[in-house]
Write a protein that binds this ligand. Structure first.
Ligand code: UDP
Ligand code: MG
Length: 314
C-alpha cells in the first residue's frame, strides 16, 4: 500500500449504492484532476449492502489505486460507517461525503483551499434549501434544529450536512469521542475548532433511493437530543414540582370549601381527569428516564461499533 501520507482522505459510507457508485467515482476523478497538486485516498465503506455495492467497490479498487474499501458484516448504520472510515483514514486532511452526489464534490477544491490557508480547521457545508424533499420532512427538520440549539450544548446549524473537510487535529479529536450512541452532527459541533461554512442548494440524489424512512429520521433525531442534552430529565423534575404546587393549592381550596359550605357531591369527572393527567405525566417522565438509562446500558456494554469482514487491506 501507499507509504506516503496522502494529502486528502475522502470517507464515503455506502449502503446499497450500486446505482450511483460509478457515477460518484467518475465525478470525483474529474475534481481530482482539477486539484492536481494534492494526493488522494478514497475510503469507501460498505455498510452491509445487500446489492452489488461490494463487487463495485472491489472493481473501483482494482482500477484506481487511490481507492480503499472496508466491508461490514451487516448494516451497522451510517454513523458506524463514518467512524470506520475516519479510523482508517491516513490523510493530512479528511473529508466526509455521501455517495449519492447530493454533496457536490465540485466544492472540494475551495474547501481544501480554506483549510490549507491555516485559518480554519474545518470546511463544512449546509443546504440553504430543501427543494425536492417532502414538506413534512422539512418541517420536522426545522423543529428539530430549533429544539436542539435550544436545549443542548452542541449547536447545530440548520441544514448542516455531514459533508465536510477537516484537519488531522480535528479528525483525531472526533476519534477521541468513543461513545456508542454516535450523532455526528453533534460531535462535529461539540469538538469545536474554527469552521467555515459553505452553502449550496439542495440537489436530488443522482441515482438510487434514500436509505432513510421518516420513522428512522424521527428516532435518529431523538437519539441526537438525548446524546447531547439532559434537559428532558429536567423537564421531568419540573413537571413534578409544578404538579405538586397545583395539588397543594387544590387541597387548600377543598379544605376551605368544606369548612365553609360543607361537603357537596364529589365531582367524579374532575377527579378522573386529574388522575389520568398525573398518571400520564408520570409515565412520560419514567419514559424519559428509561431512555437515558437505555443509552447508559448500551454504553457500558462496550460493544464494537462495527465489524469488518473484508477490506482492501486484506
Ligand atoms: N448510508 C449508510 N448506511 C445506512 C444508511 C445510509 O452508509 O444505513 C449512507 C448512504 O449510502 C449514503 C449516505 O449514508 O451515502 C446518506 O444516505 P441517503 O442519501 O440515503 O440519505 P439522505 O441523503 O436521503 O438523507
Ligand atoms: Mg442522500
Amino acid at each position: 500500500m501507499m507509504d506516503k501520507r496522502p494529502d486528502i482522505t475522502i470517507v464515503v459510507p455506502c449502503y446499497n449504492e450500486e446505482a450511483v457508485l460509478r457515477l460518484f467515482h467518475a465525478e470525483l476523478e474529474r475534481i481530482r484532476a482539477l486539484m492536481a497538486g494534492a494526493s488522494f485516498e478514497i475510503i469507501l465503506v460498505d455498510d452491509g449492502s445487500q446489492d452489488n455495492t461490494l463487487p463495485i467497490l472491489k472493481e473501483l479498487h482494482q482500477a484506481d489505486p487511490a481507492v480503499r474499501y472496508l466491508s461490514f458484516s451487516r448494516n451497522f448504520g451510517k454513523e458506524a460507517a463514518l467512524l470506520a472510515g475516519l479510523e482508517a483514514a491516513r490523510g493530512a486532511y479528511v473529508a466526509v461525503m455521501d455517495a449519492d452526489l447530493q454533496d457536490p464534490p465540485a466544492l472540494l477544491p475551495e474547501m481544501y483551499q480554506t483549510v490549507l490557508s491555516g485559518n480554519y480547521d474545518c470546511a463544512a457545508t449546509r443546504r440553504v434549501s430543501r427543494k425536492g424533499e417532502p414538506l413534512i420532512r422539512s418541517i420536522f427538520a426545522r423543529v428539530f434544529y430549533r429544539l436542539m440549539s435550544g436545549i443542548s450544548d452542541a449547536r447545530i446549524v440548520d441544514g448542516a450536512r455531514d459533508f465536510r473537510l477537516m484537519s488531522r487535529k480535528m479528525t483525531d479529536a472526533i476519534l477521541s469521542l468513543k461513545e456508542y450512541n454516535r450523532f455526528s452532527k453533534g460531535i462535529y459541533s461539540w469538538v469545536g475548532f474554527r469552521t467555515r461554512w459553505f452553502e449550496y442548494e439542495n440537489t436530488e440524489r443522482a441515482a438510487g433511493v434514500t436509505k432513510w424512512s421518516f420513522r428512522q429520521l424521527l428516532l435518529y433525531s431523538i437519539d441526537g437530543i438525548t446524546a447531547f442534552s439532559t434537559s428532558p430529565l429536567i423537564f421531568a423534575s419540573l413537571a413534578g414540582i409544578i404538579l405538586c404546587l397545583v395539588a397543594f393549592v387544590m387541597i387548600c381550596v377543598v379544605v376551605v370549601k368544606t369548612i365553609l359550605w360543607g361537603d357537596p357531591v364529589a365531582g367524579y369527572p374532575s377527579l378522573m381527569s386529574v388522575v389520568l393527567f398525573i398518571g400520564g405525566i408520570q409515565l412520560f417522565s419514567v419514559g424519559i428516564l428509561g431512555n437515558y438509562l437505555a443509552k447508559t446500558y448500551l454504553e457500558t456494554k462496550n460493544r464494537p461499533l462495527y465489524i469488518i469482514t473484508e477490506s482492501s487491506d486484506g
